[in-house]
Design a protein around this ligand. Sequence first.
Ligand code: DSN
Length: 451
Amino acid sequence: MIVNNELLQSQASLLQKGLVDLEIQDEELSKILDDEVKRQHRTLSLVASCCAVTPRALVASASALVNVTAEGTPGRRYHAGCKNVDLVESLAIRRAQKLFGAQYAGVQSHSASSANYQVLSALLEPGDILLGMNLDHGGHLTHGSPVTFSGTYYRSIGYGTTSEGLIDYDEVRRLAHIHHPRIIICGATAYSRIVDFEQFRKIADETGSILLADISHIAGLVATGRHPSSINAAHVTTTCTHKQLAGPRGGLIMSGRDANEKVPGLKTTFARTLEQAVFPRMQGAPAVNMIAAKAAAFGYAMSPEFDAYMNRIRITADAMAIEFQKRGYEIIGGGTENHTILIRLHGSMTGSIAESALEQCGIIVNKNRVLGETRSSFVTSGLRIGTGSLAQRYIDQLGCVQLVDLVCRILAAVKPLDEHEFVLNPAVCELFRSETEALCAMYPLISYTEG
Ligand code: DSN
């Protein structure tokens, strides 16, 4: 494959030179980066919040735009030299609007956490009431956890799930009617079922609250119609661009039918308020190279290839959930309707031990607090598994069966000593590791090698 454009070729030469420079002049960093590529190829990531960036977004993030300072928004900059930056940011905005059916899209936020803070700080006064999902039930830190800005600057009230692990909409309604929150936040980081955004909006309308939906974990499923959209149900939607959109690490703020409505209690519309929430309120010059990478990712997310990828994410999640259940594992919520599988561990097996033991055998998961949690966040009684990365490896039904079987055999071979320490026979561990490597070879991670 030849890059035709002369200047793009010079960019490719620059990247090539950078690689050589790194290797020769910064051996220490070069080795770490090299080891990381090897690690990603030789381990299986089951982390629910990640997938590999699409190559075109990776290249856009390393483009010449990295050299441009461009405070402001397209057509309203505080620096000259922003012609191409304006074109790129406008393109990213148009693509985000089309991809999600949004009327407003802001592409400058550095992450979804930043986006959430930007939205909260623009729409709430310190001390206002926020109703968000409890962390133990699947919510995110920025949705009102007391260890964050969202739970200290605002009066945070938490809702949760029923004992079956499904969002308790009756509780959301009850708490909303008691507390009349300024904002209700929905969307989760560890929830495997469909979120009923329309139901949340109904409750928000009953209590005069603003609804914020954070769809970071399910953005690809939403974009391809595999999960109901929050865009017109919520007043504001936020997402990151890397968990499921195969884009760069970054954030996105959107609004649908409410974009041009006035924010209750303010003189400005949602669109204008959200734009100002990012610049000048919270950020200076945006990372324009990352905005280009977002544009590339949004373009990819509108392709048939991405649609097929989202299809594989769902099929893989269903197949793995069934296999875990067949082997006696408890899946919170009884199954999955997205990419996530939440496993409750029993007895002396903790999330911390399971995470470490699996990593020793080349399988990457993350420990997670679960409903009714009695252990700390560094120990936990649960595992969160996701299929974003596996689906990029084109894992099939047979691979899912082999992988779940391997995970279960590893966990069965582990003897917990306390909450963190355990014994796993090194020779057995080595055998498990070679099984993982065989799966990696059978289902290779193509993102860094395709094309
Ligand atoms: N929000 C955290 C997660 O879901 O893993 C990190 O992005």
